[in-house]
Design a protein around this ligand. Sequence first.
Ligand code: ADP
Length: 335
Amino acid sequence: MTDILVLENVAKRYGKIVALNVEKLGIEEGTYNVILGPSGAGKSTMLRIVAGLDYPDSGKIILGGKDITNKPAWERDIGLVFQNYALYPHFTIYDNIALPLTVKGLKKEEIRERVMQIVKVMGIEEHINKYPRQLSGGQQQRVALARAIIKQPKLLLLDEPLSNLDAKVRIELRSYLKSLQRQLNITALHVTHDQSEAMAIADNLVVLNGGAVDQVGSPKDIYENPKTVFVSTFIGMLNVVPTSAFNIKDGYDSIGFRPENAEIVDKQEPGTVEGTIKYVEYQGEETIVYLTVSENSVRIRDRQNRTFEAGKKVYIKLKRAFAFKDGKVVKTVQL
Ligand code: ADP
């Protein structure tokens, strides 16, 4: 597979702040990529630089094999979707979607054919003669999406596209986005701070930390095999405890384990450590048990529908853990 987008040594500073510092990032054609990171990690800066809404201080941006680093936004073959839909209120839905083709000077009949084709694919046909304010947020965002992809750009950029929608519509639209991307073989780069959205939709996650790419991989790979302490704690729940809490003496700084990677047992066994149940959160298909293990708070997920008693002494059996040294995961211990 070829990389449709490549960032090479791309850096951007604002005064003393390094907003972005990406050595190398390649985005494969036809994949859904989500940039994830805490606030200030450089997500918007990366997207703006790729879009041509901002320029890097140094480095190169290659799109479809061509260096576009110094090209203005309108000369880049890119579609953009923002959080706030950005539709023209006095244009009908039809005219909003048609706009990129009208600007390009295509013939009326060709425009009509392409608009009708895309509104059919997107299920918004019945709304074409309405105005944006007559549509719900989710419908408006579909219109914005149609407008962004009608030119069949090489790359679709989405900046927090679901953040303005309520929870139910957000979940509906995210699975819709993913199926549309598959159907039309779009290459998407989507920025979000919402972890579950990122996990659900991404073929690849690009985890940013302090402007740099910490790790790129499938959601499963990143969850199961994080490379840094940052990635392991940022993606999914993780218990971080000193090695002494589990009698490990291998010179690691600390260890981390997922709540499903430890088990609560009633009796002491070789390798178990003692803990005390603090409280229990019953969540239907699973129970999250909060415990203290030699003064450290940990959470363990139980999916066996057992009953746990606060204050009770129990034993904890570790099944899989990450060993940390100097901010990196240096070993994954399978027990
Ligand atoms: P994110 O989108 O991940 O929240 P940003 O890309 O917006 O992060 O910001 C990265 C860093 O760059 C932050 O420290 C932010 O304060 C800084 N930054 C972004 N844009 C500007 C700007 N126009 N002027 C000064 N600092 C900026």
